[in-house]
Design a protein around this ligand. Structure first.
Ligand code: NAP
Length: 286
């Protein structure tokens, strides 16, 4: 890639800890290059306990904005002066914009990404058609629950290891929210038209998630937010049961699109197969 960096280059990026594994620079820079935009997207790894100071240093025109990933999504919302309703509903932000006057605006495009992934990989899925189940009660789960609620889901069931957190998240959803402890997952799965794994179980720091997916209706769509590997043990089990699945990479690309538009003022260009690029980087191509 030989892209010009000029005196007008717009800088955006992603902040996480760790961040070296992030695919966001790959996606955004491919779009920038294809669109011929004078911009660059870089990765930052601020100290885990120092996000506020880090973000303050980016204000006032230093850079246009950042995506925010683990463990900074809640801190990102708390330092912003303005927040979109979807960031407030998720109580977390994955996008900060730094306005020239010093204002920090927070948004959350994870829910948009989630729904985009369903639209692409499970066409015909209608959030309004029945209950959906979210496994987990962290920032990602809150974002997913808020997105399904805003999309008209009649019931959003939150299943979490720590029941108090499930109750808190379900409570914030009002009438459509219901909480279940992990050991009552079978009851939550009855009649569910979608199940989304929004836990970090199965990542290097967590154990495997044991969920009886056979309790879901045959037409249920099963999604995992985790995309390393692309077909997680959770999705593999769903596929073995004959269920339709949606992967976390679809969500990552789906949240990146509105982020790109917020940073660079136009939608990503057509014709760039960022999913293929990401799969290649993950070593899962072919
Ligand atoms: P988080 O705030 O740390 O929440 C983690 C959740 O996982 C909590 O509900 C926790 O339960 C649960 N959990 C962890 N280990 C578990 C285990 N062994 N058994 C059962 N439950 C367990 O994390 P987050 O920000 O919500 O992110 C969750 C996942 O979504 C991460 O893997 C993240 O990478 C992924 N994600 C993907 C995308 C994408 O674009 N594809 C976007 C956002 C997030 P407790 O409450 O009981 O601790």
């Amino acid at each position: 890639m030989t892209r010009q960096i000029s005196a007008k280059t717009v800088v955006a990026g992603v902040a996480g800890q760790p961040v070296a594994h992030s695919l966001s620079p790959l996606l955004h820079n491919a779009w920038l290059e294809a669109a011929g935009i004078d911009g660059v997207y870089v990765a930052f790894a601020p100290p885990a306990d120092n996000f506020r100071e880090f973000a303050q240093g980016l204000r006032g025109g230093a850079i246009r904005g950042i995506n925010v990933t683990l463990p900074f999504k809640e801190a990102a919302l708390s330092i912003s002066r303005r927040a979109t309703p979807r960031a407030e509903a998720a109580e977390a932000a994955n996008l900060l914009l730094f306005e020239p006057d010093g204002t920090i605006t927070a948004d959350n495009t994870d829910g948009l990404g989630l729904l985009a992934a369903f639209a692409l990989q499970a066409p015909g899925f209608d959030p309004k058609a029945g209950p959906v189940v979210i496994l987990g009660a962290g920032g990602a789960a809150r974002g997913a629950a808020a997105a399904f609620k805003l999309a008209g889901a009649p019931e959003v069931r939150i299943v979490n290891r720590t029941q108090a957190k499930a109750e808190f998240v379900a409570g914030a959803l009002g009438e459509v929210g219901r909480a279940f402890p992990l050991d009552q997952a079978v009851a939550a799965l009855q009649g569910a038209q979608a199940v989304v794994n929004a836990t970090s179980a199965g990542l290097t720091n967590g154990g495997r998630l044991e969920i009886p997916l056979s309790a879901t209706p045959e037409a249920a769509v099963i999604m995992d937010m985790v995309y390393t590997p692309l077909v997680t043990p959770f999705l593999a089990e769903a596929q073995a049961l004959g269920r339709k699945t949606v992967d976390g990479l679809g969500m990552l690309v789906g949240q990146a699109r509105p982020s790109f538009e917020a940073f660079f003022g136009r939608a990503p260009p057509d014709g760039v197969d960022v999913r293929a690029l990401a799969l290649k980087a993950l070593g899962a191509a072919g």
